[in-house]
Write a protein that binds this ligand. Structure first.
Ligand SMILES: [Zn+2]
Length: 380
């Protein structure tokens, strides 16, 4: 156990743990975080989010630093107060935007320059400015700046990005250790965030090992596994994931960034992952695709028309406990905003039920990474 992470039980590499949040409170792992890029899980109020059993969300710190702006967030008491959210808030650094062409990134050892998608202006970020940003936002876990190269990057370019991630982690570490940093906490108070580094190395197993060892040597509060799930072959992704988690100390939380397909979550837990985030359940919900007992179905499928049964029999979410498939079919056909909201509540609740069931199976000693979601959740 470190000061903020406790392993409650293990089944081979899979772990059930508890992450203590700096502001008080704790979240259980495996943890699934819906994405609140612009300080909102699209279509859901904080009350609805609580009803899904969500314990933490991830926001995009970089985009939030541009709009509404870090000083605005700080003066309004931080992200928790703005979002009326007392659960955990993880926050990304902007590193992922470095692979988005629309941001026109230019990258040097000192930091990166990008074009704001809101104002069109050029903005500069550095490892130190990202650390400061997270403190101003009052988040629980801030991801430090990493250089995530695009899918397909190999050879010298991949090695360079991995090395730059190490250099940026060193600079982040220096800024985190600076005593004056707490002066930047949100107006009204706050606690210093935990800081997680992000390992890189693409699907090159030697680079993954080196990147992980380098960052672990600098001593962060947890480790993200980055630069995966961006288009590579799935078997390559799992090999690279295993190569990363195996070099993270047992007592440190491991966060597989951007993964949320149910079977991938189960398999990743089997490789020692504790924390996940993904737009998978929320984006699919808005595009009419909801989890059913086996896989997913399209709400606008003709077979949903006029049906009085819920999406999943026995699901305890708001959508399933009060409304029918036929009503959801109607709402989506009529383009009523209630449709995407109810579908989002259901899909997020499904993911939270899944991670709770994975945790129970670890605690009861019956978890296996080749389990299907239906093995964990029942047939509905
Ligand atoms: Zn449901």
């Amino acid at each position: 156990m470190t000061g903020h992470f406790r392993i409650d039980d293990e089944k081979e590499l899979a772990r059930a743990g508890t992450l203590m949040l700096p502001r008080g409170g704790e979240v259980r792992t495996p943890l699934f975080m819906p994405v609140a890029t612009k300080l909102s899980v699209k279509t859901l109020s904080s009350e609805e989010l609580v009803s899904t059993g969500t314990e933490a969300v991830i926001t995009n710190g970089f985009l939030s630093s541009l709009e509404p702006g870090s000083d605005v967030i700080r003066s309004m008491g931080g992200m928790h107060r703005m979002m009326d959210w007392s659960g955990g808030i993880f926050s990304d650094s902007g590193g992922f935007q470095l692979i988005r062409k629309g941001f026109e990134p230019r990258i040097k050892d000192e930091g990166a320059r990008m074009r704001s998608p809101f104002s069109g202006e050029l903005v500069h970020i550095t490892p130190g400015s990202v650390v400061e940003m997270h403190v101003k936002h009052g988040v629980d876990v801030g991801m430090i700046l990493d250089h995530c190269p695009p899918h397909g990057t190999s050879g010298e370019d991949l090695a360079l990005a991995t090395e730059r991630t190490r250099v940026w982690a060193e600079r982040s570490r220096v800024r985190i250790d600076d005593e004056g940093l707490s002066d930047l906490l949100p107006v009204g108070g706050g606690k210093m965030p935990l800081f997680f580094a992000i390992t890189q190395g693409g699907i090159d197993l030697k680079l993954r090992e080196r990147s992980t060892r380098d960052l672990v040597g600098l001593g962060f509060d947890g480790y993200g596994i980055g630069g995966l799930s961006i288009g590579e072959d799935k078997e390559d992704m799992f090999k690279a994931l295993g190569a990363s988690t195996s070099f993270v100390p047992r007592e440190s939380p491991r966060y597989f960034m951007g993964v949320g397909e149910p079977r991938d979550v189960i398999r990743s837990v089997g490789l020692g992952v504790d924390v996940f985030d993904s737009v998978f359940p929320t984006r699919n919900a808005r595009h009419r695709s909801v989890f059913v007992a086996r896989g997913r179905e399209n709400i606008r499928s003709g077979k949903w028309k006029g049906k009085s049964d819920p999406i999943i029999e026995g699901c305890d979410c708001l959508a399933c406990s009060r409304y029918s498939r036929g009503y959801l079919y109607h709402l989506f056909k009529a383009k009523e905003p209630l449709g995407p909201m109810l579908a989002t509540v259901h899909n997020v609740r499904y993911m939270q039920n899944l991670v709770v069931a994975i945790r129970a199976s670890i605690l009861e000693g019956r978890f296996s990474s080749d389990m299907e979601p239906i093995d964990l959740l029942g047939a509905g």
